[in-house]
Design a protein around this ligand. Structure first.
Ligand SMILES: Cc1ncc(C[n+]2csc(CCOP(=O)(O)OP(=O)(O)O)c2C)c(N)n1
Ligand code: SF4
Ligand SMILES: [Mg+2]
Length: 298
């Protein structure tokens, strides 16, 4: 009798099964982004022992805990400084920051712009559901004008950040935006940033049916996919100043920025070597190759 094989979802090996079921609501887009991320890990063939993933707090912040990688669930808004420390102490790691729009651009906005300015070699994935979801759907710096939120029952009237423009202006080497409708393009971008040095930023628009969609009468998760399909236009290389979002308008998606700028550690090494010559010893490289530091590796 032939043996019956149970098919295994290719993403399954990347998940911590013991932590299931996850907390995400039906129709939430965060799981879709995780699926694309796992596929990017497979395609990029990165050494999983050298990938670390850092999240802040929020519905998106749960991603780190569900992935079977070296994962860190840090405090709200502090994923980027934590990841920066990790990267500087162990430059051989591929460090991914995976967090929400509120975590990265409200309480953590200051850290994000300075990591981009310094061009720290981090891969930042921002799941943008246009609100603070985990805490009940309050207005975020990303909430578009006129949208209804818990804290703006008559509609938001303050301007929202254009995340790709902000990331580029601050110095990011790579900037892209997709939606959870664009699963293949999103996975390709995630794969690309593993091969890119410097600060990389991917924004993924993702539905929150429970809080944002419902209050704004935008339907469920499937309606969000239809909305993304009908409203998105791919414009690779579009000037980021032109890709700001509105509540009901066009969503420009694509890879907007892919440039080479000196990375933080290269700048640091150049400066110190220029000033100190052979007296400069790179501690992090020493940690990687201890026998290069002299007879006793000290
Ligand atoms: C220092 C601090 N301030 C506020 C909070 C409350 N808080 C938890 S998650 C969150 C917002 C999360 O929004 P976002 O990052 O967009 O994640 P989402 O839940 O939308 O995925 C806030 C304000 C906190 N946990 N810690
Ligand atoms: S509250 Fe919104 S973002 Fe959070 S899990 Fe539910 S649908 Fe997703
Ligand atoms: Mg959010």
């Amino acid at each position: 009798m032939s043996e019956v094989l149970t098919p295994v979802n290719p993403v399954e090996p990347f998940l911590r099964a013991e932590r299931m079921p996850h907390i995400w609501c039906p129709g939430c887009g965060i799981g879709t982004t995780v699926n694309s991320f796992a596929r990017a890990l497979i395609e990029s063939k990165v050494d999983l022992d050298r990938v670390a993933i850092v999240s802040g707090i929020g519905c998106t912040g749960r991603v780190a805990g569900y992935l079977k990688l070296d994962s860190f669930h840090t405090t709200h808004g502090r994923a980027i400084p934590f990841a920066t420390g990790l990267k500087l102490a162990n430059p051989a790691l591929q460090v991914v920051v995976y967090s929400g729009d509120g975590d990265l651009f409200a309480i953590g906005g200051n850290h994000l712009i300075h990591a981009a300015r310094r061009n720290i070699d981090l891969k930042v994935i921002c799941v943008n559901n246009l609100i603070y979801a985990m805490t009940g759907g309050q207005t975020a710096p990303t909430t578009p004008g006129a949208a209804i939120t818990t804290t703006a029952p008559y509609g938001v009237y303050e301007p929202a950040f254009n995340l790709p423009a902000l990331a580029e202006a601050a110095g990011a080497s790579y900037v892209a935006r997709w939606t959870t409708f664009h699963v293949r393009q999103m996975a390709r971008s995630m794969q690309e940033v593993f091969a890119k040095k410097g600060f990389c930023f991917i924004e993924v628009l993702s539905p929150c049916p429970t809080l944002y969609q419902r209050r704004n009468k935008m339907g469920d998760g499937l309606d969000a996919m239809k909305f993304y399909k009908e409203h998105s236009r791919t414009r690779n290389g579009a000037p980021t100043g032109e890709v700001g979002l509105t509540r009901d308008g066009e969503i420009v998606v694509g890879k907007f920025v892919d440039r080479d700028r000196p990375e933080f550690r290269d700048l640091m090494r150049d400066r110190f070597t220029h000033q100190l010559g052979d007296r400069y010893v790179d501690d992090a490289e020493m940690a990687e190759h201890p026998h290069c530091g002299g007879e006793d590796g000290a």
